[in-house]
Write a protein that binds this ligand. Structure first.
Ligand SMILES: Cc1cc2nc3c(=O)[nH]c(=O)nc-3n(C[C@H](O)[C@H](O)[C@H](O)COP(=O)(O)O)c2cc1C
Length: 199
């Protein structure tokens, strides 16, 4: 069955081959991100996601400090691979850092002790929904992005370098840019074995 929303979602891939030539201005991209942050769902409407959006020099600085941290934390035979990977992200136009605000989660735990064990996990899930919305929104504007996880290794560094509250916990990094090449769609395992439909 045709569905135009699913068609839009099919444009999202993990884009690793990106460049700094964006089809939209930085302000237009920021507006799309603001819109997504209005729309994403969160538990009890807690809106616990926080974002740091880096363009240009700040984006380059970010990948430089991640590279430095990885190089001192990894065996020396990984040096070339690390440098190549960091360069592939730095060659993009920007990076979105996703956080959850632990202060919000602590408030919810106090206010609703019955669900206390769930709030942190729900905050991660809610952030993932926002990540997916932004990833797909960018793809539909011909902007390629991927999802990276150098946290928690870089958490303290990011807080210090970008003056971020220590109540913000880093959960994901999304480098994005113009698209050099469209990746092959990912392979599918047998979907029929994964879904049970009962009537
Ligand atoms: C929760 C989650 C974590 C991921 N972490 C990483 C990551 O750290 N680095 C990376 O390159 N890709 C990461 N990915 C991307 C997946 O590898 C990718 O989505 C998957 O292989 C399917 O390919 P596609 O995104 O092109 O459809 C992550 C995806 C998800 C949903």
């Amino acid at each position: 069955m045709e569905n135009s929303f699913l068609e839009l979602l099919s444009k999202r891939h993990s884009f690793y081959n990106i460049n700094r030539n964006l089809p939209l201005s930085e302000d237009e991209i920021s507006s799309l991100i603001f819109e997504a942050v209005k729309l994403y769902p969160s538990p009890f409407n807690s809106q616990s996601s926080r974002l740091l959006v880096l363009f240009a020099d700040k984006h380059h600085h970010f990948w430089h400090i991640v590279e430095q941290k990885l190089l001192v934390s990894s065996p020396s035979n990984k040096e070339i691979a690390i440098k190549q990977r960091m360069l592939s992200f730095a060659q993009g136009a920007g990076t979105i850092l996703y956080f959850i605000d632990k202060d919000i989660i602590r408030e919810q735990e106090k206010e609703m002790p019955l669900y206390a064990a769930n709030f942190k996990n729900w905050a991660y899930q809610s952030s993932a929904m926002l990540q997916f919305m932004i990833w797909s929104t960018l793809a539909n504007k011909d902007i390629g992005a991927s999802l990276q996880h150098y946290n928690p290794l870089i958490d303290t560094l990011v807080q210090k370098e970008f003056v971020i509250s220590d109540s913000w916990e880093l959960v994901a990094q999304m480098p994005f840019g113009g698209i050099n090449s469209i990746p092959q769609p990912h392979t599918f395992e047998d979907i029929a074995n994964k879904i049970i439909i009962q009537k």
